[in-house]
Design a protein around this ligand. Structure first.
Ligand code: CDP
Length: 220
């Protein structure tokens, strides 16, 4: 039977890398819910208007966010624009947690996420997947790592994309986002008691993927 796998955790824990690889091995679809909130933040910035709560709701209401799957790759679309790369800029990252705190934005995204997962066979990552989006998920994992390691991973990822951000600034940005995501009133980042805690500090990607596969009942 095709399962639903929920992976939650703080910024830079490696959720998307691991979720993508695990989904591929399982023959499942990978759903990056952070990308959907990022697409809304991108659209807000693109409009040029002040990102007030009211304006964000206005933009999000009209926006059609979609994940389009082609073989192994997933492209993120905001209306008809492919924003897969554009949603990873520091500007979008700086705005996304504000966008993700707004009730009507979350309601819209969560509805879409549940629809995509309704037939199972998905690995979904985010902040509120086990606690809110898919409370009946078959496998629930809380993926984390030390803040130093998460900042270092993010630094390497951004450098590969041509952005040289000072390590301290990245650490501050991650800590601020963790705080905003954990303390917001609607669907904050939490580790539900039944989720398996996977601290990936010092682990290689392969080791983490292997552990995730075992938790999914698929030893390699
Ligand atoms: O930077 P990273 O890849 O760790 O984050 P992301 O998964 O792209 O998510 C970006 C932001 O979207 C998070 O910091 C949260 O504010 C928000 N988010 C959320 O609120 N709920 C989710 N299910 C996924 C992301």
């Amino acid at each position: 039977m095709k399962k639903t796998v929920a992976i939650d955790g703080p910024a830079g824990a490696g959720k998307s890398t691991v979720a993508k690889l695990a989904a591929k091995k399982l023959g499942y679809i990978y759903i990056d819910t952070g990308a959907m909130y990022r697409a809304a933040a991108w659209k807000m910035l693109e409009s040029g208007a002040e990102p007030t709560d009211e304006n964000i709701v206005g933009v999000a209401e009209k926006l059609d966010v979609s994940l389009r799957f082609a073989g192994d790759s997933v492209r993120v679309f905001a209306d008809d624009t492919d924003v897969t790369e554009a949603i990873r800029t520091p500007e979008v990252t700086a705005l996304v947690s504000k966008v993700a705190q707004i009730g009507p934005v979350r309601t819209k995204m969560v509805q879409l996420q549940r629809k995509m997962a309704k037939d199972g066979g998905v690995v979904m990552d985010g902040r509120d997947i086990a606690s809110n989006v898919l409370p009946n998920a078959d496998v629930k994992i809380y993926l984390t790592a030390s803040i130093e390691e998460r900042a270092l991973r993010r630094w390497k990822e951004m450098k590969a994309k041509g952005y040289e951000e000072p390590m301290e600034a990245l650490k501050d940005e991650i800590a601020a986002r963790d705080k905003a995501d954990s303390e917001r009133s609607i669907s904050p980042l939490v580790r539900v008691p039944e989720a398996t805690l996977l601290d990936t500090t010092g682990m290689t990607i392969e080791e983490v993927v292997r552990t995730v596969m075992e938790l999914c009942g698929e030893g390699q």
